[in-house]
Design a protein around this ligand. Structure first.
Ligand SMILES: NC(=O)c1ccc[n+]([C@@H]2O[C@H](COP(=O)([O-])OP(=O)(O)OC[C@H]3O[C@@H](n4cnc5c(N)ncnc54)[C@H](OP(=O)(O)O)[C@@H]3O)[C@@H](O)[C@H]2O)c1
Length: 247
C-alpha cells in the first residue's frame, strides 16, 4: 500500500511529480497530514537542524544569532534553536515586516542588520557578552561585522554567501577570544546518513507535534517556477516558497 512520506533527495529532483528516494531518508507521515507543511523540512529544515546539532552541538541556555532569520532556513533555525533549549535567540532581517515575522517565530530580539550599529543591539540582547553560536549565510560586509557580536568561545558557522564571500579573513584572529569557525554544506552529510535520518525524524516529529511550525509564504504551480526564483532573489519571501508539481 502506498504511504505518504517526507523524503530527503540529495541529488535534487524535487521539481517533479515522481522522484526516487532512499528508504533510509524517508519518514512516514499520516495520510491526513498537510504535505505543504512538511515540504520545507528535508532541505531547509535539515540544514537548520544539522547546523545546531552536528556543526555545533548547542548546549542548554546558549545564545544563538540567526542571520537572515526570515528566510527558509533562518525561520526554521530560530524555532529549532528554541526547541533544542537555546537561551536568547536574536534574529536579523532587512525590513520592518520581516522583523515582525521573526518575533512571531519566537526570536527574543529582531534586529535590522541594514542599520549602522546593529551589532550593538545583539550585544545588548546578550548582556554585552555576544552570542555563543552565530549562523550566517549572508556574507558580504555582514561577515566582518558579525565578529563584533561573537562571544568568547563563540562558534561562527558559515553556510551560504547570498551577498558574496566578504573580505579575506585572517584565521589567527580567532585566537584572541578562543573562538571557532566552521563551514557547513548539507550534501557532505551523505557520508553520515544516520545524521540525515535522525534529522528528518526530528523535524517530522516536531512538526506533527506542532512544536515546529514551517512558514509557507507562497505555493506556486510548477509553470511559475521562474516567478518563485524572482521572489527569492528580490527578497520578497518570509519563510518558504513551494512549487506544487500537480498544478
Ligand atoms: N550550505 C548548505 O548546505 C545550505 C543548505 C541550504 C541553504 N543554504 C544557503 O543558505 C542561505 C539561505 O537559504 P534559504 O533557503 O533560507 O534562502 P532564502 O529563503 O532566500 O533566505 C535568504 C535570506 O537571506 C537574506 N539575504 C540577505 N542578503 C540577501 C541577498 N543579497 N539576496 C537574497 N537574500 C538575502 C534574506 O533576508 P533579508 O532580506 O531580511 O536580508 C533572506 O531571508 C542561502 O545562501 C542558501 O544558498 C546552504
Amino acid at each position: 500500500m502506498a504511504k505518504k512520506v517526507v523524503a530527503y533527495t540529495p541529488k535534487g529532483g524535487g521539481y517533479a511529480q515522481k522522484v526516487v528516494a532512499e528508504t533510509n531518508f524517508c519518514v512516514e507521515i499520516p495520510e491526513s497530514a498537510n504535505a505543504d507543511l512538511f515540504a520545507a523540512l528535508p532541505n531547509q529544515g535539515l540544514t537548520a537542524y544539522l547546523l545546531l546539532t552536528a556543526s555545533t552541538q548547542i548546549q542548554h541556555g546558549e545564545s544563538v544569532l540567526v542571520q537572515g532569520a526570515s528566510g527558509g532556513v533562518g525561520s526554521l533555525a530560530v524555532q529549532i534553536a528554541k526547541i533544542l533549549g537555546a537561551g536568547t535567540v536574536p534574529g536579523t532581517a532587512s525590513t520592518n515586516e520581516k522583523l515582525e515575522f521573526i518575533r512571531g517565530l519566537g526570536a527574543d530580539d529582531a534586529i535590522d542588520y541594514t542599520q549602522e550599529g546593529w551589532t550593538k543591539r545583539v550585544l545588548e540582547s546578550t548582556g554585552g557578552r555576544g552570542v555563543d553560536v552565530l549562523l550566517e549565510s549572508v556574507g558580504g560586509e555582514i561577515f566582518e561585522q558579525s565578529f563584533e557580536c561573537l562571544a568568547p568561545f563563540g562558534r561562527y558557522i558559515i553556510f551560504g554567501s547570498t551577498r558574496g564571500p566578504g573580505q579575506p579573513f585572517a584565521p589567527r584572529r580567532l585566537m584572541q577570544k578562543s573562538q571557532t569557525m566552521t563551514g557547513f554544506y548539507l550534501p557532505v552529510f551523505l557520508a553520515k546518513p544516520e545524521l540525515i535520518r535522525e534529522g528528518v525524524e526530528f523535524l517530522v516529529k516536531a512538526t506533527l507535534e506542532e512544536k515546529l511550525r514551517p512558514s509557507i509564504a507562497r505555493v506556486l504551480p510548477l509553470s511559475q517556477t521562474a516567478e518563485g526564483h524572482r521572489l527569492l532573489e528580490d527578497r520578497e519571501i518570509q519563510g518558504t516558497i513551494l512549487l506544487d508539481t500537480n498544478r
